[in-house]
Design a protein around this ligand. Structure first.
Ligand code: SF4
Length: 299
């Protein structure tokens, strides 16, 4: 069943996410532009901000690749519209595809046919988290573009590789593939028992704001050191060299089997588009990702 009021809120969130960067990513690009010393890189930041300003004034997606949509839903068992959320998200994606518009990206496996509405088998992807006692509904939406998804990979390290192996895997991935993902990159790293948990945690890592570090002091230290090291590679904005390559490295982790350490990498591009909203049981809401939400209100 579809809840039309909720559908309208999610459609607007998709429009806002496609057209405007979340505040933290916008501010991180501003800070990187200021710090950049190389002239070609400075030109490229100017192009990025010109692109962002035109997208905002013409109310058009800030990148042509509006991605395949991924939703991360957190709520409590008492939220009144629990059974309607999934159908409503799917319906909102179809509506946003026409109204924003979003590029038709979802292609079914094996038939390789484009469904034309950004939905398909298990698409949009919805990750659920039921939180004890939570009254409202929190949704993070992420637009997974083709280029920025390309460096994504995960593996289980051999038992003695340890955290040095984690660092090596992240650096090998970014050196080999990072340039495909329109840098400066948001790098998510997941650490867990197996390839699957590490991959999922690496995606959750890029949902955390740029500039917010893991609360664990060792993970935080690793985030800072890996960013410093990756910047030295000199990929620069759009891969055309520069003094900085990544906006941040975010690490998420889970307890693991003593014999295995799984590591996953997920990358977001300069146009890391994620939107976040808290929706109350009476369907009042607060957008937590964007201060500038006129597009949301006027859409
Ligand atoms: S990597 Fe990002 S900015 Fe580049 S084309 Fe893909 S979605 Fe757009």
């Amino acid at each position: 069943m579809i809840n039309t009021n909720l559908e309208s809120i999610i459609t607007k969130l998709l429009a806002l996410t496609a057209i405007e960067l979340p505040d933290d990513v916008y501010e991180s690009l501003q800070a990187m532009q200021k710090k950049e010393s190389q002239s070609l890189a400075q030109e490229l930041y100017a192009c990025i901000f010109d692109n962002l300003s035109k997208a905002s004034s013409f109310k058009r997606p800030l990148c042509q690749d509006t991605g395949v949509l991924q939703f991360f839903v957190k709520t409590g068992a008492s939220f009144p519209f629990l059974e309607e959320i999934e159908d409503t998200i799917i319906s909102a994606v179809k509506r946003a595809t026409i109204e924003v518009p979003l590029r038709h990206n979802t292609v079914e496996c094996f038939s390789e046919k484009n469904t034309g509405n950004n939905t398909g088998i298990l698409s949009p992807w919805i990750e659920w988290e039921i939180v004890k006692g939570m009254q409202n509904l929190h949704i993070d939406v992420y637009m997974a573009g083709g280029g920025c998804s390309l460096p994504g990979r995960s593996k289980v390290l051999m038992p003695l590789e340890g955290y040095e192996g984690v660092v090596r895997f992240v650096f090998d991935t970014i050196v080999e593939w990072g340039v495909n993902a329109c840098p400066p990159l948001v790098v998510g790293v997941g650490i867990g028992t197996c390839a699957a948990t590490a991959a999922l945690l690496s995606k959750k890592a890029i949902l955390r704001k740029v500039g917010e570090h893991n609360k664990d002091p060792k993970a935080c230290d690793m985030e800072i050191r890996m960013k410093e090291g990756l910047d030295k590679i000199g990929i620069g904005p759009l891969g055309l060299t520069g003094s900085q390559s990544v906006q941040c490295v975010n690490i998420e982790f889970a307890g693991h089997h003593p014999a295995t350490l799984g590591v996953g990498v997920t990358v977001g591009c300069w146009a890391t588009r994620r939107g976040s909203i808290d929706i109350n049981p009476d369907l009042t809401y607060a957008i937590t990702s964007h201060k500038k939400s006129q597009i949301f209100n006027n859409f």
